[in-house]
Each structure stands twice: as structure tokens, then as C-alpha cells.
Design a protein around this ligand. Sequence first.
Ligand code: GLU
Length: 513
Amino acid sequence: MSVRVRFAPSPTGPLHIGGVRTALYNYLFARHHKGKFIIRVEDTDQNRLVEGAEEYMLESLKWCGLEWDEGPGSTGKFGPYKQSERKQLYYPYVQQLIASGHAYYAFDTPDELDAMREKLKAAGSTSLQYDAASRSSMNNSLNLTAEEVKNRIQAGANYVIRVKIPAEEEVRFTDLIRGEVVVSTNQLDDKVLFKSDGMPTYHLANIVDDYLMKITHVIRGEEWLPSAPLHYLLYKFFGWEAARPQFAHLPLILRPDGNGKLSKRDGDRLGFPVFPLNWKDPLSGELSLGFRERGFFPDAFINMLALIGWAPHEGKEMLTLEELINDFSIDRIHKAGARFDFEKAKWFNHEYMKQKSGAELATYVADALKDHGVTASMDAVAGVCETLKARCTFITELREQAINLFIAPTVFEESVVRNKWLYGAGRNFHQLSEDLLGLNDFAMKSVDDFLHGFLKKNNIKAGDILPLLRVMLIGTKNGPAVFEIISLLGQQETVARIHAAIPAFDTLIKSEE
Ligand code: GLU
């Protein structure tokens, strides 16, 4: 039997990193077993749809490099892959359950349901649910004649179809991560499977589609564990036990302090993203920063995410997608929730940055340079990236620093100038540029030696001149070492920038006085 797994998000909001990790584990599992990775959009609850959420989800997975074999827009033989486009398909299945006595019509109004709960509460019942104990006094087809039921439906009454959960039974199944799960059916309620508007609910559509799409393993978030006993029973009620997939419920991604599930609010509060890409809320217009825009590489992001809740075989942390695929197995997914650690995420990105070639990094900064009017060759950009990468964590930093090298600064970091520049201090810098004009070799080591020699010869402290020189050359005190900057800029450009900065610094100091 070949493995078929699905990632089945509901487009009710932006895909969170927890969702990306669920997709990733499904993807790794499928690829490891040479099976299929399927995307199915579960959009039966039309009231909760959020505009743009589906496109966002697909774009996020593309950015992560998680290619799917079947999914929205693909012509796989199990499609369509969007439940709203499969709407017609579910009714016969729910009818099958009614015919076999596993489901029934219920006509209760919201008021009647409230009254039921009130009554149960007053009687001291702890379970306020629609179930084997309470259904006998409700307005449903179990308590009405077939004639009455038919008449009501023909008259256009609102109804739902509920699953009929038997009392006093034990549901027992093995979860691949949690081991044996045992639940009494007394804890389950008669969930709604279908509504009179013709739409199935999540539970029905999810099971029917997993069955029709020949899904072999259901790998999903822990929040779905409470639904698993119902899903298990539905396979039994349909007579599909032989095709029942295996379940694996993933641990939660926790806040950095380990207290509770990681949410958007935690990200906002602690200053890190929880979404893969930028997301603009269509109603409030609020913008949430994504990992991509924060400056993460997709491969670093995926590597980091894979290790939240799963341990590779050999304890090696840096793994390519290929290595993750080879190494992945469900039995090394932890049961307990796993903390998200933004410092660790940064560490991964920095390691990936250092590992990438200048030529690869150049592809990440080329567009930004073009936008700034820089027309440098890719080789030149690659050379700059090669030098910059050791001190950069984020692609955004790399871009900024590359721009600073390719474009002479017009704005200078004032605090440095104010602290270090004395009116007329240009003398040393004129001398420096003169000496630079005499230097023939601009290799890094030679420039480094030259600078040391210059300081010594003129009896100048490094701290008095180098911070200023850096600001003269790139406008800011952040960035590579001064000798690296000079080596990258070359003779002409270095001297030109020094000459342009001297009067600018004088002006800045004067305006201070
Ligand atoms: N539509 C569900 C969700 O949004 C899918 C749960 C499942 O994978 O069965 O997470």
C-alpha cells in the first residue's frame, strides 16, 4: 500500500507556523515513503472563511519548497481538492448513515438547545451535551414518526443530521505518537454531520474525503485528538474499517517560556513572527510580519521548524530537505509540546547564511540593489555577499549592508560623528586618503596591514579614527570590518567617499553648535 497523506487546512485565517510544521511533517513522511503529499482545502464552514487565506497558505508552502503532488488546481484523479467544490458528493454518505441507524435528523431550534443545556445543568449533570442521555427528549427523528420527519423536511424546516453515538462503549485505537487512546463513548456527543443548507460539516467531509482520497495516515495537530474517536467510529459506521488511516497527533508548538500554545500575540509581544509570510488582515488592515520578510531563508526556516518536536537520528541539527526526508520517522516525534525559540531560529539562519555561497546570496539581494539603481554585475554582488555574510543573520541585513557598499552614503550616523569628530579633524583623513592613493594592493590582508601601519606611523588610536572612517564609507557603524569595506570599495571609491564625508561631518558638527 503506498503512502498517501494530506495537509487539510481550513482557510479561516493565515497559516501559522504550527500549520506549516504539520504540512512539513506530512511532506517529509510522504517523500520518505515515496508516497503522495496532497493538499485539501477544508472550506465547508463558509461563515468562517477569511479572504486570501487559501492563497496565502499555498504561497507559504511554495516559499517553503513543500511541493504537493495533488491539490487545488491540480487534475489528480481524486480531485477536486477543495471541499466546497465537492459539495454534491457528501449527501449520499450521510444518507447511508441514516439508513444504517448511525445518524438521524434533528430539528431543534437554538432556543430548544439552550433549554436542554439549562435543564441538564439544573439536574446537576456535568455533561451538557446532545448525546445518548439527552437525545430522547429532543426534537429529532428518533422521537418522531417517519411521516412527521418527511413532512417537516418537505415543508422546508431547518434541520441538521447528527451522528448517533452509542452509549457505554469503548473506543480504542493506537495513535502513532501518543500510543493507545481509550475513550468512552459517554464522553462523546452526537456531532452535527450535515446541515439543511446542503453543506457537510468538517467531521463528515473530512472522513468521506480521507476515504475517497485513499489517505493512509492522518498527521495533524493535537487539537484534533478529541475528534479522533468520532472519526474512528465513523469509519466503523460506514463499514470502511479496512481503509481506516492511522492517526498521528502532533504536539503543540509552545511559547518560548513553555506556558501555552504559541500565538500571534506572543509573537507581537516578544517581537518575532509566527507566520511564514507577511499577512495583512483583510478586515482590520493590520499587518503581521512573516519569516520571509523578516529575512529568513526558506531552507533555514524549514530546518528550524522540523526540529520543533522531532529529533533527527544522529543529533545533527543542520539538515537539508533531502536529509530531513531520509531521516524522518514518526516515532521520533515527541509527545510533549515543544517550545519555539526565536534565538535558535536566528542561529539557524545565521548558519545557513555562512554556508551559502556568495553567488547564491547574490540572488537574494539582486532585486533590492536594482531597486536602488545599482547596476553591478552578479559577480561583484557575489563578492560583496561573500564578505558580508559572516556578520549577517538576516537577508534583510545582508541587503542593507550590500546597498551601503554599492551606494555612497548621504546620511551619516550622527551619534558617532558627534562623539568623535572635532572640527577640522579632516587633516588625518586627508592624509589617509593620500596614503591610500599610494597603495597598490587592495586585498583585505594588505589593507589591514596598511591601516595598522597608518595608525602607528601617525600615533593615532584606532578608536579615534576607525569608527569615523566606517561611517564615512558606509554611513553606519554596523557592517563589516573597515579593512574589508575598503578592500571591497577599492581605491577610487574609498578616497571619493572620504573626501565627500569630511565637509559633511564639519557641517554636521557646526549645525550642532
Ligand atoms: N481542517 C482541519 C484544520 O483546519 C483539518 C484537521 C485534519 O487534518 O483532519 O486543521
